[in-house]
Design a protein around this ligand. Structure first.
Ligand SMILES: [Zn+2]
Ligand SMILES: [Zn+2]
Length: 261
């Protein structure tokens, strides 16, 4: 029996559809042992309709803490999905410092002022070889920042199906080595299946690279509605095993534990 967790879930505290309470039933039904909430926290960009800002963290954390106490049959964890902005490490760290979190997921949605996942226009006229390298470098920097326990959708830049012409294996190898060196986990994000790319992040042929580099792995749904909690997990865990992973990363109070699969 695999100890299944889903640490990447959005509710109406950010851009998900539903109260945290509504995700518990589907999580239990999906056979999960733990569900962790990870609302978007995007600092330095003013008020965004898809993310919390600093003042909203406190009520959110309090809400999830209360839910932990009231729920039985599954363990509830408190997390955040935080946008990484190079040069802003100190501010992000200070903002997170006061909260009792189980883990922090780091994400690169922004390259400069643009997000890479809000429309294909961003990609028009760009050199994909350079863009992929730039994106992967930013993700490496996020891993190196020491701010995060898990890195989300590490090749989100694939979202609209644009591809570099260069051999991508070295990009993934360098990324995996950086994750390992900075001791962060990566996730298999099954929500990619619901997005234009139509498949999980990261690209499945490179999962072996993460396994060879011994990067800790999680399987996450990035659900934005209750019905998607634990979605496609059987397939994702099959891929995890096939890639050679022998254990999964579990988090509690920002400490990582490994459980066998
Ligand atoms: Zn994300
Ligand atoms: Zn997310």
């Amino acid at each position: 029996m695999i100890y299944k967790t889903d640490y990447h879930v959005h509710t109406w505290f950010s851009d998900g559809k539903g109260a945290p309470e509504e995700y518990i039933g589907p999580a239990v039904a999906a056979g999960l042992k733990e569900i962790g909430f990870s609302e978007h926290l995007t600092l330095f960009r003013g008020k965004l309709d898809w993310s919390m800002d600093a003042p909203e963290i406190e009520p959110y954390v309090r809400h999830i803490e209360a839910l932990k106490e009231s729920v039985t049959g599954i363990i509830v964890k408190t997390g955040l999905e935080v946008d990484f902005f190079p040069g802003k490490e100190k501010e992000i760290s200070e903002c997170l410092g006061g909260f009792d979190l189980d883990y922090v997921i780091g994400s690169v949605h922004y390259l400069g002022d643009s997000t890479v996942d809000l429309g294909p226009e961003f990609y028009e006229g760009k050199d994909m070889n350079q863009l992929f390298e730039y994106y992967f470098d930013q993700v490496s920097e996020a891993a190196a920042s020491g701010l995060f326990d898990i890195i989300a959708h590490c090749d989100l830049i694939r979202i609209y199906g644009f591809k570099p012409t260069i051999n991508q294996e070295p990009l993934y190898r360098k990324l995996a080595k950086s994750f390992r060196m900075h001791d962060v986990a990566f996730e298999i994000n099954t929500n990619g299946r619901n997005r234009p790319i139509g498949d999980f992040y990261p690209e499945r042929q490179f999962l072996k690279v993460f396994s060879e580099e011994e990067v800790p792995v999680c399987v996450n749904s990035d659900a934005h509605m209750p019905s998607r909690v634990g979605q496609y997990f059987s397939e994702a865990y099959r891929l995890v095993k096939k890639a050679g992973f022998k254990e999964m990363a579990v988090f509690d109070k920002r400490e990582r534990f490994m459980v066998p699969i």
